[in-house]
Design a protein around this ligand. Structure first.
Ligand SMILES: Cc1cc2nc3c(=O)[nH]c(=O)nc-3n(C[C@H](O)[C@H](O)[C@H](O)COP(=O)(O)OP(=O)(O)OC[C@H]3O[C@@H](n4cnc5c(N)ncnc54)[C@H](O)[C@@H]3O)c2cc1C
Length: 377
């Protein structure tokens, strides 16, 4: 029967939508508020490692992602001239038949999740947010930004790194800039490219991620000491300059950059909320609780696992506090491992690009983290 009847999800990103779908499937009445008036998705594509697909299979959406994306076995490693150095197949998630990876565009993933939520009868309000949350033994009374009030058994903060729910209920957590940024642009996939590709430059790194029969995206990770502001109207020229050391496929792709609007630039920030992610009737999921650098492509997969597990726990338990305790116990160590591994990968890249000795062996960190993620959550 479960311990909640009515939940509010704050934030309609990957984590919030997955939680809304998972809870509706368990028979919970779900309201979702999303602060954006236009539900547009910023970003290019997303890598879904096998554990993300496993979580999506629990809410019936893995197959649709695969059909609308590009499943791939692992990563081919190249030097900056496109010479193949090796291949790293990545593990499949245990207890699932999902492929090792899937590339998909962010807008398609968003439509699959939002259409599923709408079909299941989630009540979605755009351009809306919470103003305050007053908790009692019986319920959480939420006052929305437009003055409306409603009571819920559970409020889920799925509102990303700048979470208002976190600030209101858990106090402020500082976001930390890690010293790197990612540049991304979407382009046509060469027919021969069937795996993901990583290209090692002298002081930066490029990735190519297949997204569909037609599309892929390029990402470039750079060291950005002091987090300098980049002029938006020059992003294409700046990215071309950063790629000037590359020949072969990456060099050719750089020549396609003609317009700043093709490029999405994002400084990398991380955050980990210390202590419990649950306070009485409020719980944090996804980036609101833990955001890592994208070095393992695991942020969204962690948000999906949070969402699916939370829905399962509140459905299986008669006692909300007990369910939330188990949520903390099962999610915190797993997310901490991701966060630590990503921090090590950032550190070793910065060391390598600065010509310093490496504090960790990045290949081992990467492989170990992927093995951990493949295990059940
Ligand atoms: C450059 C980069 C590349 C990445 N690549 C990958 C990848 O390949 N694979 C992967 O798994 N992860 C990747 N990630 C991480 C991934 O994007 C995030 O971990 C994931 O989007 C987190 O989902 P979320 O739902 O928790 O938060 P978000 O996606 O941030 O969603 C939060 C939502 O809440 C809304 N919101 C915010 N404030 C409020 C409010 N006050 N009220 C109501 N709504 C609000 C926002 O508008 C948004 O819609 C990457 C991240 C970056 C920065």
């Amino acid at each position: 029967m479960g311990c909640i009847k009515k939940a509010l999800i704050v934030g309609g990103g990957i984590g919030g939508l997955a939680a809304a779908v998972a809870m509706r499937q368990k028979g919970v009445e779900v309201d979702l508020v999303e602060i954006k008036k236009e539900w547009t998705v910023v970003g290019v594509g997303i890598i879904q490692p096998s554990n993300a697909l496993r979580a999506l299979s629990h809410i019936g959406l893995a197959q649709q992602c695969i059909e609308n994306g590009w499943p791939f076995e692992g990563w081919q490693l190249f030097d900056n001239n496109g010479v193949l150095l090796g291949e790293v197949p990545t593990p499949k998630a245990e207890n699932s038949d999902c492929p090792p990876n899937n590339g998909i565009t962010r807008p398609i993933l968003h439509s699959l999740l939002s259409e599923a939520a709408i079909d299941l009868g989630v009540s979605i309000q755009l351009g809306a947010s919470v103003e305050s949350i007053d908790q009692s033994v019986e319920s959480a009374l939420v006052t929305f930004a437009d003055g409306r009030q409603a009571s819920y058994d559970l409020v889920v903060g799925a509102d990303g790194v700048y979470s208002k729910v976190r600030d209101l209920v858990f106090g402020h957590t500082e976001l930390k800039f890690v010293g790197q940024a990612v540049w991304r642009f979407i382009t046509a996939r060469p027919k021969e490219m069937r795996w993901g590709g990583i290209y090692y430059g002298k002081n930066n790194k490029v990735g190519l991620v297949p997204l569909s029969e037609e599309l892929m995206y390029l990402f470039l990770v750079t060291s950005e000491p002091g987090n300098p502001r980049k002029p938006n109207d020059q992003l294409h020229t700046l990215l071309r300059e950063q790629l000037s050391d590359y020949t072969g496929l990456v060099g050719r792709l750089a020549e396609e950059l003609k317009d700043a609007s093709q490029v999405v630039y994002k400084p990398i920030e991380e955050l980990f909320v210390e202590g419990s992610w649950c306070r009485e009737r409020v719980v944090l999921i996804g980036d609101a609780a833990h955001a890592s650098s994208p070095h393992l492509a695991a942020g969204a997969s962690m948000a999906l696992e949070d969402a699916v597990l939370l829905a399962q726990l509140v459905d299986e338990s008669e006692d909300l506090q007990e369910a939330l305790k188990v949520y903390d116990e099962r999610r915190q160590p797993r997310c901490r491992n991701v966060s630590d591994a990503c921090a090590k990968l950032v550190k070793t890249e910065l060391q390598e690009w600065a010509g310093e000795p490496l504090s960790h062996e990045p290949g081992q960190v990467f492989a170990g983290a992927l093995q951990d993620l493949a295990r059940p959550y």
